[in-house]
Design a protein around this ligand. Structure first.
Ligand SMILES: [Zn+2]
Length: 299
C-alpha cells in the first residue's frame, strides 16, 4: 500500500514570556490546519532565546495549553525529533555558525551606538514594529573581521538601500543599489517593502550576546526544513528582513501565510498580557477547548 508522502513542514513558534492568549490561538489553529490539509508535519519550536524574559514555567504552560486545545505537533521540545533541539536556548551553535558566515562575507557590521544615540536620531519606530529604523552611523565600519565573537557590540545586517526618497527616513545614500523586497503571501497576496523606508539595518546579534529574533528564526526554519511559515500579520516586515538573510545565507525560502490579527472590540490589537484572555484563565474559569477555539475564531 502506498501513502502519499508530503514534504510540507510547518511550525508553531511561541515565546515563553507569558501565558498563551486567545490572539495566539487563531494563528496556531491556522498553522495546525494547514499542516493537516497538506498531510504534513507540524513542529513546535520553543522561542526562549531571551534569557531575561523567557521562563521555563511559561514554556511548560504553553505546551500544556496547546495540547489541551487539541493542537498536535509531532516534533518539539517535549517529543523530540530529527531536527532538534527544539528550544532556541539550546541552539546557540547554529546561530554562531550563521553569524560567522555573515561576518566573513562582510554582510554585517558591529554597531556601538548607545540607546541614547538611537533615541536622538530622526527616525521614529515604525508602527507595529518594535525596531526603529537605524540611522546608519556605523554602517561604514569595515572592522567586522577583527571580531572573533559577537558579544559586546550590536551587530546589524547591511540592507541594500540608497537613492530612494522616502519621507523622513535618513538612510538614503545616492549611488548605493536599492531593491524592494517582494513576496507573495499565501493569505494576504503580493507584498512589497523598501529597505531604508520600511526598515533599516536590523539587528542580528545583541550586545548582551543574545542572537536577534530575525537571525534565529531564519536559521531555525532552514535547519528544521520548514516549508511554510504561518504567523501573524504583525510580522510582515520581519519577513521582508528575513528574506535578505535567507538569500545571503543561501537557504531555501519558505512560503508565507500571514494571518490577520485578532482585534479587540475597539479595533486595537489584543495585548499579549491581557490575562483574562489567557488560555490558562479561560480554562480555569470552566471553558472547554471547543469554547476557547470558538472565542478565538470569532474574536
Ligand atoms: Zn551604530
Amino acid at each position: 500500500m502506498c501513502f502519499p508522502v508530503s514534504a510540507y513542514r510547518g511550525r508553531l513558534a511561541p515565546s515563553p514570556t507569558g501565558l498563551l492568549h486567545i490572539g495566539h490561538v487563531r494563528t496556531f489553529r491556522v498553522a495546525a490546519q494547514r499542516a493537516k490539509e497538506h498531510q504534513g508535519t507540524l513542529v513546535l519550536r520553543n522561542e526562549d532565546l531571551d534569557p531575561q524574559r523567557s521562563r521555563p514555567e511559561f514554556a511548560r504552560a504553553m505546551i500544556e495549553d496547546l495540547r489541551w486545545l487539541g493542537i498536535d505537533w509531532t516534533e518539539g521540545p517535549d517529543v523530540g525529533g530529527p531536527y532538534g533541539p527544539y528550544s532556541q536556548s539550546e541552539r546557540r551553535e547554529h546561530y554562531l555558525a550563521a553569524w560567522r558566515r555573515l561576518r566573513d562575507g562582510g554582510f554585517i557590521y558591529p554597531c556601538t551606538c548607545s540607546r541614547k544615540d538611537l533615541a536622538q536620531s530622526a527616525s521614529a519606530p515604525n508602527e507595529g514594529d518594535d525596531e526603529p529604523i537605524y540611522p546608519g552611523h556605523c554602517r561604514g565600519r569595515t572592522d567586522a573581521a577583527s571580531f572573533i565573537k559577537p558579544a559586546g557590540v550590536n551587530w546589524r545586517f547591511r540592507v541594500p538601500y540608497g537613492g530612494i526618497r522616502c519621507g523622513a527616513a535618513i538612510l538614503t545614500r545616492p549611488g548605493e543599489p536599492s531593491e524592494a523586497v517582494t513576496f507573495i503571501d499565501s493569505n494576504l497576496g503580493p507584498q512589497s517593502y523598501i529597505p531604508g523606508c520600511d526598515f533599516g539595518d536590523f539587528l542580528v546579534w545583541r550586545r548582551d550576546d543574545v542572537p536577534a529574533y530575525q537571525l534565529a528564526v531564519v536559521v531555525d526554519d532552514a535547519a528544521m526544513r520548514i516549508t511554510e511559515v504561518v504567523r501573524g500579520a504583525d510580522l510582515l516586515k520581519s519577513t521582508a528582513r528575513q528574506l535578505f538573510l535567507i538569500r545571503t545565507l543561501e537557504y531555501p525560502a519558505p512560503a508565507y501565510f500571514h494571518c490577520d490579527l485578532v482585534r479587540d472590540a475597539t479595533g486595537g490589537r489584543l495585548a499579549k498580557r491581557h490575562d483574562s484572555l489567557s488560555i490558562r484563565h479561560l480554562r480555569e474559569s470552566g471553558h472547554t477547548p471547543g469554547q476557547v477555539n470558538e472565542i478565538a475564531v470569532h474574536a
